[in-house]
Design a protein around this ligand. Structure first.
Ligand SMILES: [Fe+2]
Ligand SMILES: [Fe+2]
Length: 254
């Protein structure tokens, strides 16, 4: 681990996943895809923070949010430009039909915050935790990017901003909510945990649903198909004479 400043230390969980991250980032195509997704995430985050700047009644927060939003938009551009550079290298090497696949938009996976319904303290607590998580992960990504110095430099630059965002949001939370800022942080942590659980549960529900439908298809459907075939064999082909007594009534179809 090199040059980790005091506030850029990754969490134990992120450190534990370092070999996985190293493997993921080792492939150029996967790197392009991830950088494009990160670019979307950063730009989306910038939009939310811009909205927060519009709705906050606090002049200092408005200024800080605006600077923060500009930083996030810049991060989006940095990631996109680096992805474009890698895409050129990757395309010229081996795979000319590569562009369309990776440029398809993907889900960004961040917790979107409902800015309009949030108080400044809730917004600051949410932002602090998000920036802290981003700083932790980006530290690991920077450290596993030894084989790609330009991408590593992008992470290094963005990490510097994320650390500033993480610190200013905590300081401002302590300013606007001197007594209860710890409570707001815990509430934001619980909210993130709940959203993480919902994402996990939704993913599991999708897998279980697919499994159940597959089982139904192969176990329940064949007997019905067999019965339908057997019934079809019993039917006489062509026109069938109806006995005179069955066609007297004009009130019904049969
Ligand atoms: Fe960012
Ligand atoms: Fe940030």
């Amino acid at each position: 681990m090199d040059s980790a400043r005091p506030h850029e230390r990754p969490t134990a969980f992120d450190r534990m996943l370092t070999p996985v991250h190293r493997w993921i980032w080792s492939d150029t195509d996967r790197r392009v895809q991830k950088l494009l997704r990160f670019s979307e995430t950063e730009t989306d985050g910038g939009r939310d923070i811009l909205r927060a700047a519009e709705v906050t009644p606090d002049p200092l927060l408005r200024r800080l949010y605006l600077e923060h939003a500009i930083d996030e938009f810049r991060h989006g551009v940095l990631f996109r430009h680096r992805a474009a550079e890698l895409l050129k290298i990757s395309a010229s090497r081996s795979n000319p039909g590569f562009h369309g696949d990776w440029l398809a938009p993907g889900g960004h996976g961040l917790d979107d915050v409902e800015v309009d319904g949030e108080s400044d303290s809730d917004m600051l607590a949410f932002l602090h935790l998000s920036e802290k998580a981003a700083a932790s992960r980006f530290t690991v990504y920077r450290d596993v990017m030894q084989h790609d110095p330009p991408t590593r430099a992008v992470f290094e630059e963005i990490l510097h901003d994320e650390t500033f965002h993480m610190n200013y949001t905590l300081m401002q939370l302590a300013r606007v909510e001197p007594k209860w800022h710890g409570r707001h942080l815990w509430w934001a942590r619980l909210s993130r945990l709940w959203k993480a659980y919902l994402r996990l549960a939704t993913g599991l529900a999708g897998i279980l649903g697919s499994m159940l439908l597959t089982i139904q298809y192969f176990v329940l459907l064949p007997p019905f198909a067999w019965l339908a075939k057997r019934a079809a064999h019993r039917e006489r082909s062509g026109w069938t004479m109806v006995s005179p007594g069955h066609s007297d009534s004009l009130d019904r179809q049969y």
